[in-house]
Design a protein around this ligand. Structure first.
Ligand SMILES: Nc1ncnc2c1ncn2[C@@H]1O[C@H](COP(=O)(O)OP(=O)(O)OP(=O)(O)O)[C@@H](O)[C@H]1O
Ligand SMILES: [Mg+2]
Length: 367
């Protein structure tokens, strides 16, 4: 622990949005009134398709975009009418544009200079942050003389020198290659554990979401589809939208009809016993389908169309009742010659959704 850690931990604040909305005009409602509360020190990942309002949400919290309605409370202060610099938030963008003519030290110290800190105070803080981020040897280089990962760390350092209680990240890793993303992800997790700032992190990458988040907030057209732990989102998706958004390949969704004792696919095959009537959408993850023809549930016949070997496992694509289902199996199961598969859908792994609304129906299979 050094002074920066302690200061940020102390500043970490709850964030409360009450009816926060954004509309550009009557036709362009980007975020309908939203209520959400984030706990002090919590790491929230915001996930959702392009254009769903992720950046808008972050910018309203930071004060870079005005709210059309509602209140934003950070700690015990209502901030929606305050200037960005009065809110105690720091933001890191995808295009983090460091000042090219300034050194790393000057880039990181700049906001402190603007804030009126003395040269000694500035040097102390920058040094502490540089040590934390492994940048001590690069303080006198310019951004052009750094690697992509080092530049990204400078951008993060520049945000945290100000000892913000709230850290906002808008896709900070999306310009980096796969290996560097992975390294930075680990660094960010460590940094968060260390400084404990309330963090909101926008990404398109579900691996980042699953590994970094205390809770994931899934946005769909500006509305919250689900806000829960990664585990809950994965195992108990609240809607078909969430089910298909998390997981690669995504959850299989099959239309089924209940006849009072069983759920049947379009071709009449029974996938599960259940005392339900009417139409539903049945979900099962590729890794939960058993392709070996054994198991506790009913067996369905499917035609293998192709397989992809990914090293650690294989993904089979099979035709079932006119749809393609994907099945993840451990690598080494030799299915090359199999044409017809007997698929088993373990009842405890099934998810049931309303056919119209797509919302999850709990407890349909005794789970
Ligand atoms: N000035 C504006 N006037 C009208 N609509 C706007 C304006 N700025 C943004 N929008 C709309 O608001 C919606 C949300 O934009 P936002 O940038 O928040 O999406 P996002 O979820 O961050 O998307 P991405 O993943 O592509 O970054 C988009 O449909 C966008 O077209
Ligand atoms: Mg965006």
């Amino acid at each position: 622990m050094n002074t920066i850690d302690t200061a940020i931990r102390a500043a970490a604040a709850d964030i409360k949005l009450a009816g926060v909305a954004k509309a550009y005009d009557a036709q362009t409602v980007v975020i309908p009134p939203m209520d959400v509360q984030l706990k002090a020190g919590e790491f929230t990942v915001v996930l959702g398709p392009s254009g769903c309002g992720k950046s808008t949400l972050l910018q309203m919290i930071a004060g870079l975009e005005r709210v059309s309605g509602g209140k934003i409370v950070i700690g015990d202060r209502e901030v929606q009418d305050l200037e960005p610099k009065q809110r105690g938030c720091a933001m890191v963008f995808q295009n983090y544009a460091l000042y090219p003519h300034m050194t790393v030290l000057e880039n990181m110290a700049y906001s402190l200079k603007v804030a009126g800190l003395s040269k000694v105070e500035r040097a102390e803080r920058v040094e502490a942050v540089a040590t934390m981020l492994g940048l001590s040897d690069y303080l006198h280089r310019r951004p052009g003389q750094l690697s992509g990962g080092q530049r990204q760390r400078v951008a993060i350092g520049r945000a945290i020198v100000r000892e913000p209680g709230v850290l906002l990240f808008d896709e900070p890793l999306s310009n980096l290659d796969a290996q560097l993303r992975h390294d930075m992800r680990v660094e960010l997790a460590e940094l968060h554990r260390r400084i404990g700032a309330t963090t909101i992190f926008v990404t398109h990458d579900q691996v980042e979401a699953m590994t970094l988040a205390d809770r994931i907030l899934i946005l769909n057209r500006g509305r919250i589809e689900q806000f829960d732990t990664p585990k809950a989102i994965y195992h108990h998706p609240a809607s078909v939208f969430v089910a298909k958004f998390i997981g690669a390949p995504p959850m299989n969704i099959l239309p089924v009809t209940g006849d009072g004792s069983a759920l049947r696919l379009a071709d009449g095959q029974v996938v599960a016993e259940a005392s339900l009537t009417g139409n539903y959408q049945l979900g099962i993850r590729p890794e939960d389908i058993v392709a070996s023809g054994h198991g506790a549930g009913r067996l369905c016949k499917a035609m293998l169309r192709f397989r992809e070997d990914l090293g650690s496992h294989s993904v089979l694509a099979a035709e079932l009742a006119g749809l393609v289902v994907r099945i993840a199996t451990p690598f080494g199961v030799d299915t090359a010659d199999l044409v017809e598969l007997s698929l088993n859908f373990p009842p405890s792994r099934l998810h049931l959704f309303d056919a119209q609304t797509g919302r999850a129906i709990a407890g349909a299979f005794g789970a």
